[in-house]
Design a binder for this molecule. Structure first.
Ligand code: SF4
Length: 322
């Protein structure tokens, strides 16, 4: 029998109502996430990719319940946490952690690195005093930092070291799921590779699952087992990494992949150039949301929304023509 998923997101919706007043669009609804579904198994990394504004970060924050969902289910080990109150959410908060894009902004500059990493242990009553210091020293070692660095402040670390601190803090409570939101996009390419490899090693060691949110396809390819592609609040393709990168089926996935620079100048590619800008999530296009930019759109694409369905083993696509 296949292993039950750790996380099951079912029809998740997150809309934001713009406030009243004099601003343009006041009272309108932003359709940030509009009915997405996916699963994540223990020890697995699911990449969530798409252009800026496609709703991927909102999806991550809503899964963690940092934002309240508008509709849909978020099942963790089979229990729906979508509507749980503060107290009932507490044990789930321990199991689900986050690593942010900008570690500097998420680390308190007045606290030492050791205090920052040890804070969750104290908050959850797991360890204090010498026992806490010992656990924090072990966490520092696991993420490639030295125990002496516990006394330093965030500004004394490099960007890559700060992201190691963010990872150590996320790992402190032995979580089963970490949402990593653009966690390497602010780092140099060589440092990115070190952090991604550290995350892969930690996953092998602990079995933690990652929901890895990024716009950079090379980074997603490096770390993910499966990849979901988002466009204007919807998942348009979800597949194993190999299938998605070698045989993309959705025209939007094809266009995203062809926009990645080809390192070998000998290799000539036919580019699918996307027309126009991403439409506003305030008023998404009718039918298929991608029809205003799709190079192969037909008349029905303007009227009928394509449902996501399995078109090849393990490959789900939302397109009338695939
Ligand atoms: Fe393009 Fe139509 Fe497929 Fe949408 S449904 S991706 S518009 S062909």
């Amino acid at each position: 029998m296949p292993e039950a998923p750790l996380l099951e997101v079912d029809g998740l919706v997150k809309h934001f109502r713009l406030g009243g007043g004099l601003f343009a669009g006041a009272g309108a609804t932003v359709h940030a996430v509009d009915g997405i579904s996916f699963t994540l198994r223990q020890g697995e990394t699911l990449g969530l990719v798409g252009e800026s504004g496609c709703g991927k970060s909102t999806a991550g924050k809503t899964v963690l319940r940092l934002l309240a969902p508008t509709a849909g289910a978020i099942r963790v080990d089979g229990a729906d946490i979508a509507a749980l109150g503060r107290a009932a959410m507490r044990p789930y908060r321990q199991r689900m952690q986050v690593i942010f894009q900008d570690p500097y902004a998420s680390l308190n500059p007045r606290m030492t690195a050791g205090t920052i990493v040890g804070e969750p242990l104290e908050n959850y009553g797991i360890a204090r005093g010498a026992a806490k210091r010992e656990r924090v020293a072990r966490l520092f070692d696991r993420v490639g930092l030295r125990a002496e660095q516990m006394a330093k402040y965030p500004h004394e670390f490099s960007g890559g070291q700060r992201q190691r601190l963010g990872i150590a803090r996320a790992l402190a409570l032995d979580p089963r799921l970490i949402v990593a939101d653009e966690c390497v996009s602010a780092l140099d390419v060589s440092v990115q590779a070190q952090i991604l490899n550290l995350m892969i090693d930690l996953q092998e060691e602990t079995g933690v699952a990652f929901l890895f949110i990024a716009h950079d396809l090379a980074v997603v390819e490096h770390i993910s087992h499966r990849v979901a592609v988002m466009y204007l609040g919807k998942i348009v393709e979800l597949a194993d990494k190999r299938a998605l990168f070698h045989r993309p089926l959705h025209p939007y996935t094809e266009a995203l992949l062809q926009a990645v620079p080809e390192p070998d100048p000998q290799v000539k590619r036919t580019r699918v150039v996307l027309k126009g800008d991403v439409p506003s999530p305030l008023d998404p296009p009718s039918g298929c949301r991608f029809h205003t930019r799709c190079p192969i759109a037909e008349a029905r694409c303007r009227e009928i929304e394509p449902m996501i369905r399995e078109v090849a083993p393990g490959q789900m696509v939302a397109c009338h023509l695939r």
